[in-house]
Design a protein around this ligand. Structure first.
Ligand code: CA
Length: 711
């Protein structure tokens, strides 16, 4: 389906915002109900402290919301650094609405926005990671690290589940990680039955993390939060607290955000149906009350990447103990994010049948930043058990060789655990190989690979090329719309590759960037009227030319025919400001290291044109016509005979629609435009100020000012 309006395809905006986190969790969070009786015995003998000693999991409340300094920062005389400071001040002006009263950054200023989050005053781990990045740059520019401190403390307090939010990890047994449940193709294929007979492998890092840190909890972000408690789930079933951790996606590759049923992370059966929301997803005659969280690893990796720079920049000015402390925490976060390196059920690589062998150690590690990892357990009173899963699905758009470099090479960020830095070193190499395997003949990077074909360990079609045994997938994780048609994934991911190249000078990164930059330059247009167009929507064909593994690799930079079996075509263009900033940010690092003057001038043009055309009183924003708003009336699948209620009383049943289970949207000031459209009028048009986008724009200006101070 393409609902086209100007250059914004349906695909574009769904993704524009937060793809990362959003659709992410699609498959991730298929909840696993583990029944207490069986598992409690497994773990009872493990000698682990009951009270979590780690302050990050028992954090003190964060400082008050950020505020822009008065008077505002003086001008530096560097035009692009000054633009950064202007935008930074806009973001921190509380009356502009980027932050909640608690100082939590919203996904967007605007409330009516449905993309990966289904409401604008939600937030994501992605948003938090961009905030850390923003304050890292602010520290570089001003040597004031208090804002970075506030960002991390807020992140820790609100977005990392506290010990009380994940109270039964003590029961987790790394030799019995989870019970297998297949992923299905369509929402109406759910709920699915758990299959206890399918062999599940060992988790080789669970014990190591416990021994290293002395606690059993996970120090990593959940991906999605209802900041103002719009839905009314609250936390831990209280129905009232703000900063409510919840989830949406659960039902396979075809479940777009419009087809989701929001559900609390802590399900005590207070809302939903008889068993809360659990039996919408997993068929179980008597599910137990439970909590569950899902991590979007690219966000946590972005936070690590930002802390690499914060530490470097603070050290350049003589060091800062606050920054040192946060870097240590980022290192710990990175240690836990290794869970994303493993197959979902810790099966050996190359699995083609649910009966394939379980992993016994690192033989289940693909070492890529996969789409998620997730963890859950019993709510006290519901038994003593806990589970963990990795993810079989990997996407080029999630990789972060810069974070992998920092976590393996930088003494301030190398994790404390015995194998953490080693694993991240392996990941760094593996990510570079993954990019090479996926680079199309034209230069764009194709989707990814999976160790679980169709999410249920099926055999891929004969002839499908593999990466360390994982078959190629054109659109990993989701298909509504296809996950790799959004150009934003290119710039998000390749910006990190370009940073890695800038820092390391690695010729492998250089050769891939050369090809990519050539492709991007060809598809970016600076128009005579002062506007510009960059790629928006991509169409893929073919697959990588060869299987790739330790002994079969192609790194000949001069091989112009490399992957001539894999092609990309740009089918739509855009002037979207967030992805433009991502593109500029990528080209800046490349241009600085390579000495590519043409790329540097392209950056300057895009930055100047964006400023001239789209600057408004709150940031930089371009109009978006949202024909997807017609999906407000889309049916949400609910099984026959399943009846329930949202916390505000909205009924959930087989007549439910996106809007009917979110009736509060009718009170939104922007809803009248949607309503007119649903009655046959024109598609609504909005100017959104997404936090990630505004931040990326600010970073693109600051980075230009930093790397090219004389131009
Ligand atoms: Ca769908």
């Amino acid at each position: 389906m393409k609902l086209n309006s100007k250059s914004f395809g349906y695909s574009t905006w769904l993704l524009v915002a937060a793809i990362t986190s959003g659709t992410v969790l699609t498959l991730s969070c298929v909840p696993r109900h583990r029944h207490s009786s069986k598992n409690s015995a497994d773990s009872a003998s493990q000698p682990v402290a009951k009270v979590n000693p780690n302050e990050g999991l028992n954090p003190a409340p964060p400082p008050p919301p950020p505020a822009a300094p008065v008077p505002s920062n003086p001008k530096t005389g560097n035009v692009n650094i000054d633009r950064f400071l202007e935008l930074w001040t806009n973001i921190h002006n509380m009356s502009n609405g980027y932050f909640s009263p608690e100082g939590i950054p919203y996904h967007a200023i605007e409330t009516l926005i449905v993309e990966a989050p289904d409401y604008g005053h939600e937030t994501t781990s992605e948003t938090y990671s961009y905030w850390v990045w923003l304050e890292s740059m602010y520290g570089k520019v001003t040597n004031d690290w208090t804002h970075l401190d506030r960002a991390w403390r807020n992140l820790e307090y609100y977005m990392i589940p506290k010990h009380v939010d994940q109270p039964t990890n003590v029961a987790y047994n790394p030799t019995k990680t989870a019970t297998y449940a297949p992923e299905m193709d369509r929402p109406d294929d759910y709920p699915v039955a758990l299959q206890g007979t399918v062999a599940v492998g060992l988790d080789p890092i669970g014990k190591e993390l416990r021994d290293t840190y002395g606690y059993t909890d996970i120090y990593a972000m959940h991906w999605l939060m209802d900041v103002d408690n719009w839905y009314g789930f609250g936390n831990r079933g209280d129905g009232t607290s703000h900063g409510s951790l919840f989830n949406t996606f659960q039902r396979g590759i075809q479940e777009s955000v419009w087809e989701t049923v929001p559900q609390p992370c802590w399900d005590e059966f207070n809302w939903g149906g008889k068993f809360g929301y659990l039996d919408l997803f997993v068929a179980d005659s008597k599910p137990a009350k439970q909590w569950k969280y899902t991590n979007a690893p690219d966000a946590d990796a972005r936070a690590v990447q930002a802390m690499y720079w914060a530490k470097k920049w603070a050290d350049e000015r003589g060091g800062n103990p606050t920054v040192d402390g946060i870097a240590k925490k980022a290192s710990t976060m990175g240690d836990f994010v290794r869970y994303s390196f493993f197959d979902k059920y810790f099966k050996k690589l190359g699995c083609k049948d649910p009966s394939c062998p379980q992993g016994t150690g690192y033989d289940s590690a693909h070492y890529l930043l996969s789409w998620y990892f997730a963890w859950g357990g019993a709510i006290p009173g519901g038994g003593i058990w806990a589970w963990r899963i990795g993810s079989s699905h990997t996407h080029s758009g999630y990789q972060n060789p810069m974070a992998a470099y920092a976590l393996s090479h930088d003494p301030a960020l190398r994790p404390t655990s015995p194998n953490g830095a080693r694993d991240w070193g392996t990941s760094m190499t593996r990510q570079l190989e993954f990019y090479r395997w996926l680079q199309s003949n034209e230069g764009g990077f194709a989707g990814g690979a999976t160790n679980s074909w169709n999410g249920r360990y099926m055999a891929p079609p004969a002839g499908t090329k593999t990466f360390y045994g994982l078959p190629y997938v054109e659109s990993p994780v989701y298909m509504d719309p296809p996950s790799n048609e959004w150009f934003g994934f290119q710039v998000w991911s390749i910006e990190r590759l370009a940073e890695y190249y800038y820092v390391s000078g690695d010729p492998k990164a250089e050769m891939m960037l050369e090809r990519w930059v050539k492709w991007v330059k060809k598809n970016t247009k600076l128009l005579p009227d002062g506007t510009y167009q960059i790629p928006s929507t991509l169409k893929w064909s073919g697959q990588p030319a060869n299987d790739w593994n330790e002994s079969s690799q192609s790194w000949d930079a001069k091989d112009a025919n490399y992957n001539n079996s894999l092609h990309v075509q740009v089918t739509q263009f855009t002037d979207d400001v967030g992805t433009t900033a991502g593109l500029v940010h990528t080209l800046e690092f490349y241009a600085a290291k390579k000495g590519d003057k043409e790329a540097r001038i392209l950056c300057k043009e895009l930055l100047d044109r964006m400023w001239t055309k789209f600057r408004d009183d709150k940031g930089i924003s371009s109009p978006e016509q949202r024909a997807d708003a017609k999906r407000f009336n889309e049916k949400v699948f609910v099984p026959a005979n399943w009846q329930g209620k949202m916390p505000n009383g909205d009924p959930i049943g087989n007549k439910s629609t996106f809007l009917s289970i979110r009736s509060k949207y009718k009170q939104d000031p922007a809803f009248k435009q949607v309503e007119a459209f649903l009655k046959g009028g024109k598609p609504p048009e909005f100017h959104y100020h997404r936090f990630w986008s505004q931040t990326h724009i600010a970073l693109a200006y600051a980075t230009y000012g930093w790397l090219f101070p004389k131009f």
